[in-house]
Design a binder for this molecule. Structure first.
Ligand code: HEC
Ligand code: HEC
Ligand code: HEC
Ligand code: HEC
Length: 151
C-alpha cells in the first residue's frame, strides 16, 4: 500500500509538469497565430536564388549542354551569382557575373584528404605540369569547358 502511494504521487507530479509545460509553451508561441504569421513573413521575402531550373527557360542551350555533361548536378548559381542580381520575371535587369577563375574550380576539385576518394580531384601543380602549362588565374577553362568539363 505504502509503495503504491509513491507510485501515484510520481504519476501526479509528471502530469502537473506536462500541463505546466503545455501552458508555458502556449504563452511563448501563441499556437493559434504562430503558424499563419510565420508563413506570411516567409512569403513576404523576395526570393534571391532561383533553383536548378531558374535559368533554363532563358538559357536553354546552356542548360542542354550542361545536362549532358559532368556538371549537371552543379547549380548555375554556384559559379555565377543569384538569379535576382540578373533577372526579374521574364526580363534581364543586369549583367550576370561570369566567374572564370581557377580558384572557383579548385574550391571543388583541388585534392584534399577530406573529400570522398571517388570525387574527381587533382593536385593542381602536378595536373598543370603534366599537361604542359603554367598556372594563371583563369587557367582551368583554357582546356575545360565549364558547362561540360570532361575532356
Ligand atoms: C562550373 C561553373 C559553371 C556552372 C555550373 C555554370 N556556368 Fe555558365 N559559365 C561559367 C564560366 C566560367 C563562363 C565563362 C566562359 C568563358 O568566358 O569562356 C560561363 C559562361 C556562361 C554564359 C555566357 C555565354 C557562354 O556560353 O560563354 C552563360 C549564358 C552561362 N554561363 C549560363 C549558365 C547557366 C544558365 C548555367 C546553368 C544551367 C551555367 N551557366 C552553369 C561557369 C559555369
Ligand atoms: C528572364 C530571362 C533570363 C533569366 C531567367 C536568366 N537570364 Fe541570363 N541572360 C538573359 C539575357 C537576355 C542575356 C543577354 C543575352 C545572352 O547572352 O543570351 C543573358 C546573359 C547572361 C550571361 C552573360 C553575361 C551577361 O550578363 O550578358 C550569363 C553568364 C547569364 N545570363 C547567366 C544566367 C544565369 C546563371 C541565370 C540563372 C541564375 C540566368 N542567366 C537567368 C536572360 C536571362
Ligand atoms: C560546386 C562544385 C564544383 C565546381 C565549382 C566545379 N566543379 Fe567540376 N565537378 C563537380 C562535380 C560534382 C562533378 C561530377 C562528379 C565527379 O566528377 O566526381 C564535376 C566534374 C568535373 C570534371 C569531370 C571529371 C571526370 O571524372 O572526368 C571536370 C574535368 C571538372 N569538373 C572540372 C571543373 C572545372 C574546370 C571547374 C571550374 C570552371 C569546375 N569543375 C568547377 C563539382 C564542381
Ligand atoms: C592544358 C590543359 C588542361 C588544363 C589547363 C587543366 N586541365 Fe584538367 N584535365 C586535362 C586533361 C587532358 C584531363 C583528362 C586526363 C587526366 O585525367 O589528366 C583533365 C582532367 C581533369 C579532371 C578529372 C581528373 C580525374 O582524374 O578524374 C579534373 C577534376 C580537372 N582536370 C580539373 C582541372 C582544374 C581544376 C584545372 C585548373 C586548375 C585544370 N583541370 C586545368 C587538361 C587540363
Amino acid at each position: 500500500m505504502e509503495h503504491q502511494k509513491h507510485f501515484f504521487r510520481a504519476i501526479f507530479l509528471l502530469i502537473v509538469i506536462i500541463m505546466v509545460y503545455i501552458f508555458a509553451r502556449s504563452l511563448i508561441f501563441h499556437p493559434e497565430t504562430w503558424v499563419p504569421e510565420a508563413k506570411e513573413m516567409i512569403r513576404s521575402h523576395t526570393p534571391v536564388f532561383g533553383n536548378l531550373h531558374g535559368c533554363n527557360g532563358c538559357h536553354s542551350e546552356v542548360a542542354r549542354t550542361r545536362a549532358e555533361g559532368e556538371h549537371k548536378g552543379v547549380s548555375c548559381e554556384v559559379c555565377h551569382a543569384p538569379l535576382s542580381t540578373h533577372a526579374e520575371g521574364k526580363k534581364k535587369i543586369a549583367p550576370m557575373v561570369k566567374n572564370r577563375s581557377a580558384k572557383l574550380c579548385m574550391r571543388c576539385h583541388q585534392q584534399l584528404r577530406a573529400r570522398p576518394a571517388n570525387f574527381s580531384q587533382v593536385v593542381v601543380a602536378n595536373h598543370l605540369s603534366e599537361n604542359g602549362i603554367a598556372f594563371e588565374p583563369e587557367v582551368c577553362i583554357d582546356c575545360h569547358m565549364p558547362h561540360s568539363p570532361k575532356l
